[in-house]
Design a protein around this ligand. Structure first.
Ligand SMILES: [Zn+2]
Length: 313
């Protein structure tokens, strides 16, 4: 039976309601070479994120994917502390962020050796905790992939094929997306186990369709992020375009919101503050309804799709 691997263990995908496939609770964007990288008091982090998680719970959110891998502050003690205090199921990644954020001792590893580390995090646990990662997150620089990022993609493909865990890649624009889809296909990856994260950064909708035709999940994850993605109506258009072409079951929607930011005063991200996780329910779904989507369509996009994308086994 397919399950999600969460911070509190395996959860049946049948039991889920609304699921957010790309959010953040805790991030250190200064990278792994900064002083006190990825460090904070769990209680301080929890106190900041608590009202936003409670609002998400009130909006019907039952599961939440935290998308910060090694390189941008993944901290299992902090995340577990939070998970023990919310009914929302939280999934965390193995994998690594983009070039410039890769830990020094990972730079010279082969794809196979790196994949072995990630497979252990998916099947045995992270850093001796017994808490299993629930997916594989990688990232490309804006005109990537670089050689090290191509190695990371090949490692991700090996780990995904060994475990069935989905790969999600931070990918800005269609050119980088095409290049990584090629690398993954050459590594034997079934692209139905791949998520193009930040696909809304490509304005040419024919490239969304091309990636969907190749099998990939297409993720529009700037909902409510009107400061840096002011064209919120485009997210609706992109979604409807894929649905009209028959790809309703390959779309993921999220906010990429949050988060406690290590190095910022009291952890509050600067200059815009903490962004919450309810715009999907409060703003986006009502627009989808107004544009003619049924409750069945909305359930497909916000419940069934993320559960299937992140299912293991
Ligand atoms: Zn993100």
């Amino acid at each position: 039976m397919p399950i999600l691997q969460t911070l509190k263990g395996a959860v049946s995908t049948d039991s889920l309601g609304l699921m957010l496939p790309h959010e953040h609770l805790f991030v250190d964007l200064r990278g792994p070479f900064a002083p006190n990288y990825g460090e904070a008091e769990p209680e301080a982090v929890y106190n900041l994120v608590k009202p936003y998680l409670e609002a998400a719970e009130a909006a019907g959110v039952t599961a939440f994917v935290d998308c910060a891998p090694v390189g941008v502050g993944r901290n299992i003690a902090v995340l577990k502390y939070i998970a023990d205090r919310t009914p929302i199921h939280i999934i965390v990644p193995t994998g690594v962020y983009k070039e410039g954020f890769v830990p020094t001792d990972w730079l010279d590893l082969s794809a196979e050796a790196l994949a072995d580390l990630w497979i252990r995090e998916l099947t045995e646990g992270i850093e001796g905790t017994g808490i299993k990662a629930g997916f594989i997150k990688v990232a490309l620089i804006d005109d990537g992939p670089t050689a090290i990022e191509a190695r990371n993609l090949r490692a991700a493909a090996i780990a995904s094929q060994a475990t069935s865990a989905v790969i999600g890649s931070h990918t800005i624009g269609g050119k980088a997306a095409r290049a990584e889809l090629d690398i993954l296909e050459q590594a034997g990856q079934d692209l139905s186990r791949f998520i193009w994260i930040h696909a809304h950064t490509e304005a040419d909708t024919s490239i969304h369709l091309e990636a969907a035709r190749r099998g990939a999940w297409i993720e529009f994850d700037a909902i409510g992020a009107d400061k840096w993605f002011p064209e919120q109506d485009k997210l609706v258009d992109f979604t409807l375009n894929l649905m009209e072409s028959g790809y309703s079951d390959q779309i993921l929607l999220s906010h990429d919101a949050g988060w406690y930011e290590v190095g910022s005063p009291n952890g509050v991200p600067q200059p815009d503050g903490y962004r919450g996780y309810t715009a999907l329910v409060d703003q986006f779904i009502p627009v989808l309804r107004a544009r003619g989507l049924s409750e069945t369509d909305i359930r497909q996009l916000t419940v069934l799709n993320p559960a299937r994308a992140f299912a293991i086994g």
